[in-house]
Write a protein that binds this ligand. Structure first.
Ligand code: ADP
Length: 159
């Protein structure tokens, strides 16, 4: 049973994240999408909302589980019995930070490897903060997020 975790803020989940989840499912037996509880950030959506959005968007993937964590990623990976951490790489700009994190995590837990996956090109410029900005300006985000997120954004920014 080769299990991995895919940690992130997912505020909110986008089709770029879903693309990475699909690719991880092609490679591993179980993918645990782990929503980070980060007290330093003020998210647009609560942890419960973010979990519901992901669960609804991945319900057709039986290999995917969704949970949350508020400590070290590698500790969480160990606790759920994962052999690796999935991260998405969109552009060179992601690389330096991700490389540093991956090496630090390997220092903390040498048996847990970070696996980088690239999304389809059409999602390489997509991130959750652009989506929050677009939605706050009442722009259509239906090409970039699952339907449940689109609805929630509409409600959130209704004038
Ligand atoms: P974080 O705040 O940890 O970067 P995110 O929720 O923004 O959390 O992203 C989680 C992971 O998904 C990160 O590895 C990030 O690089 C990746 N990711 C985010 N958006 C995309 C996208 N459009 N395509 C591919 N990977 C993505």
């Amino acid at each position: 049973m080769r299990k991995v975790i895919y940690p992130g803020t997912f505020d909110p989940v986008t089709l770029g994240h879903i693309d990475i989840i699909q690719r991880a499912c092609d490679l591993f037996d179980e993918v645990v999408v782990t929503v980070a509880i980060n007290p330093d950030k003020t998210p647009l959506f609560t942890i419960e909302e973010r979990i519901v959005f992901i669960k609804e968007s991945v319900k057709c993937y039986p290999k995917v589980l969704v949970d949350s964590f508020d400590g070290l990623v590698v500790e969480h990976a160990k606790n759920v019995g994962a052999i690796g951490i999935i991260r998405g790489l969109r552009a060179l700009s992601d690389f330096e930070y991700e490389f540093q994190m991956a090496l630090m995590n390997r220092k903390l837990a040498k048996n847990i490897n970070t696996v980088f996956l690239m999304p389809h090109e059409k999602y390489t410029y997509l991130n959750s903060s652009i989506i929050r900005n677009l939605a706050s300006l009442n722009s259509d985000v239906s090409d970039f997020v699952p339907p449940i997120v689109q609805e929630a954004l509409k409600k959130k920014f209704i004038k």
